[in-house]
Design a protein. Structure first.
Length: 173
């Protein structure tokens, strides 16, 4: 049976390995970010992990994207603002929301609105002009040629035509 990233992170945290739990959760969040999805339990657990590690500012960053409240949240939120300030750009750089505003709970939507957050779909660094990455098999199954391939085909056709014209010209002379 396959266990989820959250279950493994919880067991890492229970076993006294918060650093391993943090790595699992940040890796899982990266996969969510690529598809523009949001998962509150992941941010809650990541905040718990950072709080356990006594990195209150990072716990605050994670919890600001949740509906968490209480003394732990207040302590973490204060530490976050003390370290990173209250400027919208600074806050967004640290909190790193990566999903459409509508995916977040209402309280978080209000925070995002206050920070003037604008969702931008994930763009892979290898090709920043596309909104989604597709595997080469998926691209090949579409039957479309990439620009490089099309350029090669055009070059071969021009070269073949040049040879044909050269042969016809040499036969006539």
């Amino acid at each position: 049976m396959k266990t989820s990233a959250l279950e493994r992170a919880r067991s890492d945290l229970a076993a006294g390995r918060p650093d391993q739990a943090r790595e699992r959760l940040t890796g899982y969040l990266y996969t969510l970010h690529r598809s523009g999805r949001y998962d509150q339990p992941t941010y809650l657990l990541l905040g718990d992990v950072y709080f356990e590690m006594r990195d209150y500012a990072r716990a605050g960053a994670a919890w600001l994207l949740t509906e968490k409240s209480g003394l732990d949240f207040e302590k973490a939120s204060a530490a976050f603002h003390q370290r990173f300030g209250r400027d919208s750009d600074s806050v967004l750089k640290q909190v790193k929301p990566h999903a459409p505003s509508e995916a977040y709970p209402p309280l978080v939507q209000e925070r995002l609105k206050g920070w003037d957050y604008r969702y931008r779909p994930y763009r892979p660094r290898s090709n920043p002009h596309v909104l989604t990455e597709e595997s080469e098999e998926a691209q090949a199954s579409k039957g479309q040629l990439r620009p490089v391939e099309l350029g090669c085909v055009v070059a071969v056709v021009i070269f073949a035509l040049a040879i044909v014209f050269w042969m016809i010209a040499s036969i006539r002379h």
